[in-house]
Design a protein around this ligand. Structure first.
Ligand SMILES: [Fe+2]
Length: 262
């Protein structure tokens, strides 16, 4: 990391509330970008969208991992003309090589609700993220894998948002959006260049819709544990994670609905 990189890092971290949109030139240079989406996070529409995180279900695949995690999963075909087509099916597969802890099995999660798919805010988040990725990767059709996740720290316990540790997820790009935090500390996102030992960037996201855009082929990421601020109570951290995979032929994508979000 040279001095200009450090200056950039400080400019971003020093005042979280002044965060601008993630910058494509940062992404092209580093393989990641941190910012905040220009989607409203006030008002009844946002409140209703964020309340979807109160309606997630326990992750049945966690076994003994040191984490309590509720989630739902959905898929969207982001067409190159801007149409966002919800897809049927909520199966999720990662190879054992990509995810030694949870990979090598077909995981079927509870689907995202129809109310979530009807949310204007959700469509705007996806649209803005897809526009960003199309700018850095060239315009493509993308299959989006969309994870709504709440990680919960029980009283007097820590919870690991990513029990697999430092990792990449086997996609082309990944965006990690903070939805909100409820009386929790920790949950620092760390970004590593593949093959290098030290993190290149680290940020504890606190603002709704702060986002980390990542190249999943050149970078790895991790998250530190969370703990409840008041240790006698539970605390939690809500995130939206979007996986981007290039689609060569939309006709081959399973679960087509030929419908469209907002
Ligand atoms: Fe990940």
């Amino acid at each position: 990391m040279d001095d200009s990189d450090r200056a950039f890092e400080h400019a971003v971290v020093a005042d979280g509330t002044a965060l601008g949109s993630p910058r494509t030139d940062d992404f092209t240079r580093h393989g990641w970008a941190h910012g905040r989406l220009r989607v409203r996070t006030e008002g009844p529409g946002w409140k209703q969208f964020a309340s979807a995180w109160d309606d997630l279900v326990p992750d049945a695949y966690l076994d003994s991992a040191r984490c309590r995690r509720n989630r739902r999963y959905g898929r969207v075909l982001a067409h190159r003309d801007g149409t966002l087509e919800p897809l049927h099916g909520s199966q999720f597969f990662q190879s054992k090589a990509v995810n030694p802890v949870f990979g090598g099995q077909l995981r079927v999660f509870e689907p995202l609700s129809e109310a979530a798919f009807a949310s204007l805010e959700f469509a705007e988040i996806l649209r803005e993220s897809v526009v960003f990725v199309n700018r850095v990767a060239g315009t493509h059709d993308w299959e989006l894998g969309i994870h709504f996740i709440r990680v919960i720290a029980e009283p007097h316990q820590g919870a690991d948002p990513a029990p697999e540790g430092r990792h990449s997820d086997g996609h082309a790009y990944v965006s990690i959006h903070l939805i909100g935090r409820h009386q929790c500390v920790g949950g620092e996102n760390q970004v590593f260049r593949r093959g290098l030992p030290d993190s290149e960037y680290a940020v504890t996201m606190t603002e709704p819709l702060e986002v980390l855009m990542l190249s999943d082929t050149t970078m790895e990421h991790g998250v530190s544990e969370i703990r409840a601020m008041d240790p006698s109570l539970s605390g939690w951290r809500d995130t939206l994670i979007v996986d981007f995979n290039i689609v060569l032929d939309p006709a081959e994508v399973p679960g087509r609905t030929h419908s469209s979000m907002h």
